[in-house]
Design a protein around this ligand. Structure first.
Ligand SMILES: [Cu+2]
Length: 249
């Protein structure tokens, strides 16, 4: 599977290599001609065109046509190539958004931190947990002002705008803890530069375990809440009874 890191690396390399080749040819050819037609102090060629006269040489414009055609082919192929790759980035590695087996995480920015909502109500703040080697689709929004969610290492960037959802995906291949890998890329206030979060990439089984633990902790919390609610209800009932008894006297 091609990750978006691979895609952007490919585009970068192709443009770098082609740009270097074209640059070397153009500069070398310019220098060659500058040397070849340098002023040697000898009288000028009588056939040389005078000022304002179009030169007639160059095999009837063959050279000109060839250089234009070559440039057009190079530029158009580059545009087409990059377009196809960017379509892949747009639709994701499964060809659909989000893919069937994809992990979905809702990301919410707020001044100045990030909240992450996983399945079954599991939530974290300031640390994002993802499984290694799996496609993670993120749904990014904001709770207050405009932010921008970005992970440079993963070539991820998505606007975080209140009331809107920006979707994108990434595949983290290497398990590990990446401190401050997540940053805000939209100047959002005095705490903007500190608006970072850690990215924790776990082995898929570890991720499932982590999710299971969080789920269990959530359920325990809920049970505790219910119990304390029952306790207060009992207390209230007891109080009411006491009041009733008092009223009878
Ligand atoms: Cu921000």
């Amino acid at each position: 599977m091609q990750t978006r890191v691979d895609v952007f690396e490919d585009i970068f390399m192709i443009f770098l290599v082609l740009g270097t080749i074209v640059g070397v040819i153009v500069v070398a050819y310019t220098l060659y001609n500058a040397y070849k037609y340098r002023d040697t102090g000898e009288p000028a060629d009588e056939d040389a065109p005078t000022l304002g006269e179009l030169p007639t040489g160059g095999q009837g414009g063959k050279k000109l046509f060839l250089s234009f055609a070559l440039s057009a082919v190079v530029v158009i192929s580059l545009v087409a190539y990059a377009y196809v790759l960017l379509l892949y980035v747009e639709t994701g590695p499964e060809g659909e958004n989000p893919g069937e087996d994809a992990i979905e995480i809702d990301v919410e920015g707020w001044a100045f931190d990030w909240d992450f909502h996983y399945e079954d109500g599991v939530e974290t703040t300031g640390t994002m947990y993802v499984p290694a080697g799996e496609t993670v689709w993120i749904n990014v929004t904001s709770d207050d002002v405009w932010h921008s969610f970005g992970i440079s290492d993963q070539r991820v960037k998505a606007d975080a705008i209140p009331g809107e959802y920006d979707q994108t995906w990434f595949v983290a291949e290497e398990p590990g803890e990446y401190e401050d890998a997540i940053e805000c890329f939209e100047l959002c206030g005095s705490g903007h530069s500190g608006m970072t979060a850690d990215l924790v990439v776990l082995e898929p089984e570890e991720y499932e375990e982590w999710l299971e633990e969080e789920r269990a902790a959530l359920e325990e919390d809920e049970e505790d809440d219910e119990e304390s609610e029952e306790d207060t209800e009992n207390d209230e009932e007891a109080e009411e009874e006491e009041d009733d008894e008092g009223g009878e006297d």
